[in-house]
Design a protein around this ligand. Structure first.
Ligand SMILES: [Zn+2]
Length: 497
């Protein structure tokens, strides 16, 4: 909610959740957006240059091999002990491997070891954080704050780095709330949630059953969704690194990815190291297909940098990281079995409609009637009516949830468009890149219908002060009201008024 005194968007200096401040009333120096983007961009370029200089001091192949092993250790610790899966670290390793493969002019004076690769990854994760902040700034979810006054003409790089910080504004709240609702957490919160859920996860994930994709998705939906939305929350890496469209086109299944790894023994203290020729012989056997195409998918190397860096070829050897392959195969479920995954999402949305919304209203002291229809006008299907004293709410339930690139303004704008569409009576879709819309019964028409015809279900208009409409969604909406209709998460029913 904007500032009560001056109407300006509030900001969170220490991050969200935290105390919100008003840039005007609390006198915070916010840099105007075009200049802010310019300053932020020049900081990014500078840090990127520093980073690449540091990387070039290494021996290239040696460094890549180390990064693959560090990523693999990280993946093993997740699978074996269900440690909190810090998605950003897994992302950083993969982006870094791809990035370094594309660089040249390495002097090779430093040998990679656990300590210096660790430091490199840490610096790189910070750089990725800067990149995310920058994208928030561009999308209007964040502002650039100056600690003290500055003169643009004489601004040095060290001032750009020390005098400015990127802080989020209130527009980011529904996104963070939604991530939290979907278990895409920061580390502290992840730890807490993990402790709550670890037993469930163990029971679900550890059973080494061969399941058909449909059953697998249904049993592991939450975990798969976490992977999918977590890794693809941002276009920065989604487009360049975590892009599996090539796997999808070649109809590679998740099981095939783990099958490639499982041909080879998994050593305790390194990824499997396989002779390049041998690796190709096995690929040919497993896929019984066009080897050139399969190679392009599964052998990431100097000459082939356009696929995900899972199995990486360095000097006639391919590194095969088993646990990493397993995690990538999980990420593939929602991508290559998209229809099954979407069907499960749909099923869960229905469940939300039937169960969670009813519970939420009951807990808040409402009487709730589900799925009210009229024989004469079948299009006037009402998801629910909730009553408490002289209050009456006509309820429409929508179960949609996070999707890829959720952290971008564009996606948030689509969600807002879809919500307005429900109220105005338009259903939007994008087919082949073109937006279409189709006329539907609007929620406003439904509201009007209830007001005039509620007696068909045995309710009396005079028993209620007003008849209001509310759309309930699973996650947190980018707007809270439109055309007098409230829009709330199912978690916010208790505070509806
Ligand atoms: Zn103010």
């Amino acid at each position: 909610m904007p500032c009560k005194l001056c109407g300006r968007k509030l900001v969170f200096i220490q991050g969200w959740p935290g105390t919100s401040k008003c840039p005007n009333c609390d006198s915070i120096r916010i840099v105007n957006r075009p200049l802010a983007i310019e300053i932020s961009k020049s900081r990014l370029d500078y840090l990127d240059g520093l980073f690449i200089d540091a990387v070039r001091k290494f021996n290239k192949n040696n460094l890549i091999a180390h990064l693959i092993w560090e990523r693999e250790k990280f993946s093993r610790s997740f699978i074996r002990q269900y440690q909190v899966f810090n998605i950003s670290v897994f992302l950083s390793y993969s982006i870094l491997i791809k990035r370094i493969m594309g660089e040249s002019s390495f002097s090779g004076t430093i040998a990679a070891n656990q300590k210096n690769t660790g430091e490199l990854v840490e610096h790189f994760s910070k750089y990725i954080q800067f990149l995310t902040d920058h994208s928030h700034l561009q999308d209007g979810f964040a502002e650039l704050k100056a600690k003290s006054d500055f003169r643009l003409e004489t601004l040095s790089m060290s001032e750009k780095l020390s005098n400015f910080s990127i802080i989020v504004n209130e527009d980011i709240i529904p996104i963070y709330q939604t991530f939290a609702n979907n278990q895409i957490y920061n580390e502290t919160e992840a730890q807490r949630k993990y402790e709550e859920y670890s037993k469930d996860l163990e029971a679900v994930e550890r059973k080494p059953l061969a399941l058909d994709p449909e059953t697998y998705i249904s049993r592991n939906y939450e975990v798969l969704n976490l992977f999918y939305c977590g890794m693809l929350r941002d276009e920065i890496w989604g487009k360049d690194v975590f892009d599996f469209a090539n796997y999808q086109r070649a109809r590679i299944t998740p099981d095939q990815v783990t099958a490639v790894a499982n041909i080879f023994q998994m050593p305790e203290k390194s990824p499997a190291i396989v002779d390049s020729g041998m690796f190709r012989v096995w690929l040919d056997r497993i896929f019984d297909n066009n080897l050139i195409e399969i190679e392009r998918l599964f052998v990431f190397c100097e000459e082939n940098q356009s696929t995900f860096p899972l199995f990486v070829e360095l000097e006639d050897r391919v590194l095969v990281p088993h646990a990493t392959a397993y995690l990538v195969s999980r990420l593939l479920y929602p991508i290559v079995h998209k229809e099954l995954f979407d069907a499960e999402t749909e099923r869960r949305s229905k469940e939300l409609e039937m169960v969670r919304v009813v519970e939420a209203f009951s807990e808040a002291g409402y009487r709730y009637h589900s799925n009210l229809t009229d024989k004469k006008q079948p299009s006037m299907q009402i998801d629910g009516i909730a009553m408490r004293n002289r209050e009456l709410w006509v309820v429409e339930v929508k179960g949609w949830r996070t999707r890829r690139y959720f952290e971008h303004r564009k996606i948030q704008d689509w969600l807002a468009r879809d919500l307005r569409g429900i109220i105005d009576g338009w259903k939007y879709s994008t087919i082949g890149g073109t937006q279409r819309r189709e006329k539907k019964v609007s929620f406003l028409e439904k509201l009007d219908f209830v007001k005039r015809n509620m007696s068909i279900w045995g309710f009396r208009r005079e028993d209620y002060d007003a008849v209001n409409g509310v759309i309930i969604i699973r996650d947190y909406p980018p707007m809270s009201e439109y055309e007098g209709v409230k829009i709330r998460s199912v978690n916010e029913v208790g505070s509806l008024s």
